[in-house]
Design a protein around this ligand. Structure first.
Ligand code: ACO
Length: 332
């Protein structure tokens, strides 16, 4: 049992326990500056903001914010700019990237902030309040790359509602995963669930429970379950399974009486991105203040880079800074 307030307090406490340096490239966004101010007030993370120093300080004064403890980096004029562009050109030379093109890309805060994380000058990046998911995560996909043993980046949401915490994935990145990719998403999502205190009971969701229905998309899920079984993973999983059978013990008794996961699932792997993205948003919007959706948490990356929804509130940004810091602690 966990309430939204308890979950949020715990998240902030986890971040505070070992402060990390988080870079926020969108220094011209008011919500980002407000979140930076609150993060610093709570002493939850050290903040680096990209942008013009005078413009950011002027905006902070106008908004009544104290950003005196933030490190402001005017990346366009930073002494490191040329080194970062050189590194990008070197890392992407097999893709035909020239130094001139790399310099142009480095003017984009998402590239510069991601390079700070790559270089270890920052521990994590949070961006996307004013940019699309693709714009925000492409630099990380291109040169931060996946962590050892992983081949895929996916996006999970921590969903806190009805006094419980659940994890949903993939809700953000891979439009049509293969069975192999679904199985990998399951393994990484179980790890994410553990990081936030859950003992994963994972449901591979489908419109079929057991053998109740047939079809190519059910076959895809069945194969993902088979592949996961072959991996001898250290968490409980079930699939294919419908959402009702996954969460409701009474339905589970009828549909899958011998399953330890059915009726008690807390981690949900959706068969493809449309379903995952629609379901998390539907629950979030239907429950309003009775649901907290935190994410997307980009899982599988070598270093933490996280994307904000363009509709992100100041509170969403603070929560994203917090879980980015929690991931960064793990890497350190
Ligand atoms: N995991 C790991 N690496 C990946 C992944 C992945 N899931 N996807 C792409 N890559 C790598 C590629 O291998 C490639 O590497 P390379 O250049 O070194 O060869 C690099 O990333 C770029 O790949 P592209 O396919 O060219 O990248 P593109 O930028 O076109 O697409 C993206 C990647 C952005 C993730 C795309 O799949 C996408 O747009 N997904 C949907 C995102 C989205 O809109 N989500 C919904 C909104 S989020 C929300 O509502 C919370």
């Amino acid at each position: 049992m966990v309430t939204i307030a308890e979950f949020e307090n715990d998240l902030i406490a986890k971040a505070k326990a070992n402060k990390q340096r988080i870079v926020l490239p969108e220094g011209n966004c008011e919500r980002v500056l407000r979140a930076a101010d609150e993060t610093l007030k709570q002493d939850m993370a050290d903040i680096i903001i990209l942008g013009n120093h005078d413009a950011i300080q002027a905006k902070a004064t106008e908004l009544g914010l104290d950003l005196s403890r933030a490190k402001i980096v005017d990346h366009l004029n930073a002494p490191e700019f040329e080194d970062y562009a050189n590194t990008l050109a070197e890392l992407r030379k097999a893709k035909g990237l020239t130094l001139e093109e790399a310099r142009d890309m480095m003017k984009d805060g998402a590239y510069y902030g991601t390079m700070m994380v790559y270089k270890g000058v920052a521990d994590g990046m949070v961006s996307g309040a004013e940019h699309t998911t693709a714009n925000t995560i492409r630099p990380a996909l291109q040169f931060v790359k996946t962590k050892p043993g992983a081949t895929l980046v996916s996006g999970a949401f921590l969903m806190c509602y009805n006094n419980q915490l659940q994890v949903f994935a993939d809700c953000a990145v891979t439009p049509n995963p293969t069975s192999e990719q679904l199985s990998e998403i399951a393994v990484t999502t179980a790890e994410t669930a553990r990081l936030f205190g859950l003992d994963p009971k994972l449901a591979f969701l489908s419109y079929s429970t057991g053998t109740s229905s047939k079809g190519p998309s059910v076959d895809l899920v069945n194969e993902a379950v088979r592949l996961t079984r072959e991996k001898n993973v250290d968490f409980a999983f079930e699939g294919p399974i419908q959402f009702d059978a996954a969460v409701d013990p009474e339905v589970a008794k009828t549909k899958l009486p011998n399953s330890s996961v059915a009726g008690h699932a807390n981690v949900f792997v959706f068969p493809e991105l449309n379903t995952g993205n629609c379901c998390y948003k539907a629950i979030q919007r239907a429950l309003g203040d009775n649901c907290l959706a935190v994410g997307p948490i980009l899982q599988g990356l070598n270093k933490p880079v996280n994307d904000l929804s363009r509709g992100a509130t100041v509170k969403d940004i603070i929560n994203t800074i917090a879980f980015t810091a929690v991931f960064a602690q793990k890497k350190g």
